[in-house]
Design a protein around this ligand. Sequence first.
Ligand code: ADP
Length: 437
Amino acid sequence: NRVSIPLQAMDRNGDPNRLSVNVNVAVGLQCDDDKVKNSMAKKAYEKLSKHLTTISDDSGSDLSDMIRHDTSDEMDYFAVQSPESGSAIQVAVRLRPFLKAEHLEDSVIEMSGNTVRVVNAENENYNRLEFGFDSCLNSSDRDLFDFAAQDHVYQEMGRPLLERALEGYNVCLFAYGQTGSGKSFTMTGTDTNAGVIPRFVRELFKRFLTLVDIVFTVEVSYCEIYNEKIYDLLSDDKVKDKKTLRIREHPQSGPYVEHLSQHLAENVTEVMDLLQKGTKRRATASTAMNDTSSRSHSIFTIVLSQLRSHTEMGLDVSFSCGSRINLIDLAGSERVGIAGTSGDRLKEGSLINKSLLNLGKVIKKLADLGSHRHKVAHIPYRDSQLTYLLKDSLGGNSRTSMIATISPAKCHLEETLSTLRYAATARSIVNYVHINE
Ligand code: ADP
């Protein structure tokens, strides 16, 4: 007999979250008696809860402890409560080296431990500024082609997200910073010095090879948000015929881009080909239109599905889980409201600001909610395409990280400070807040 035990993950308020596990237990017994069947199911559940311990949160408490058997309902219903301790968005700051074209001057940024300090600024007040982050990544004293720097960034910021994704959580990584500060270098990297995304993908497939009893699929999509319009970067349409896509909201799985092409990938090469294809398309469209890529957000998404199965004491146990991995290269954060801009450029500027500003607003609101977990608040997710699409990745049950990229140059100090302030606010978001729109 096959007994189906759907495990519904819930947050602390009883709202379903995105981590849902379906368990099908084949009971090695021919039986019509519900009582016997139920007692077998209970036994199977006890066995299963042992396996669920692989999904645990940072505080070390096992999910199995949080599973309660709901006796008020049918026998085959269990609820899993999400871990109590939510972690904030992990925020790292990455300082790029001086570029060849830049005057080699003294850096205005100093990093020690996890603290960023402003030094050598003409404005004395700035020299007193200090910001703390989860991680400070300093490449300025390294060789420009130092592979260790890229690997270090991956180990600090990419790898923990990979672990989470493998556990069934949705994860999200943003690169935020002014144009030229190293967002693309960090996320994609170069042909000879891979960034976070290629390293993440390589490790993902490597990890799968070591896991037995797991069937997995990897599906890739890649889109761009420019001027509040969404485009498929993996579409076969000619760039000039590209279609605008819309965001729709699924009652369970949340917002998604309608008609965005999904591509099954079997190995690292296939994922990398898709990444390259989309990045190239983004650049082509951009060259045709005044370097738009620095003013657009690109979202590389990997949907990971895992089906685990094994036999335990004659029970055939399997469960599946899915996670969504969003890797986002945000538009340049520089202010576009330069005096004298008008027409399309101005419109474009204000729209970019709309998405980025709204991301800032959402981050700020979530940060303000902070410890008031049960406070009901309006979070303006829907006010821009970016935040609407990422609604479930901000403040929900997913794990979110941000790498804020900065330049060491004096001429960029104002922008650097604005990036540091933005990143510092993001860091104070506490997850697991209850949000009612
Ligand atoms: P953004 O995407 O923020 O506009 P890029 O990633 O294109 O910036 O970086 C601008 C330039 O600086 C590129 O030539 C890139 O190779 C270089 N660069 C950025 N960050 C680093 C770094 N950490 N180490 C070496 N070179 C870097």
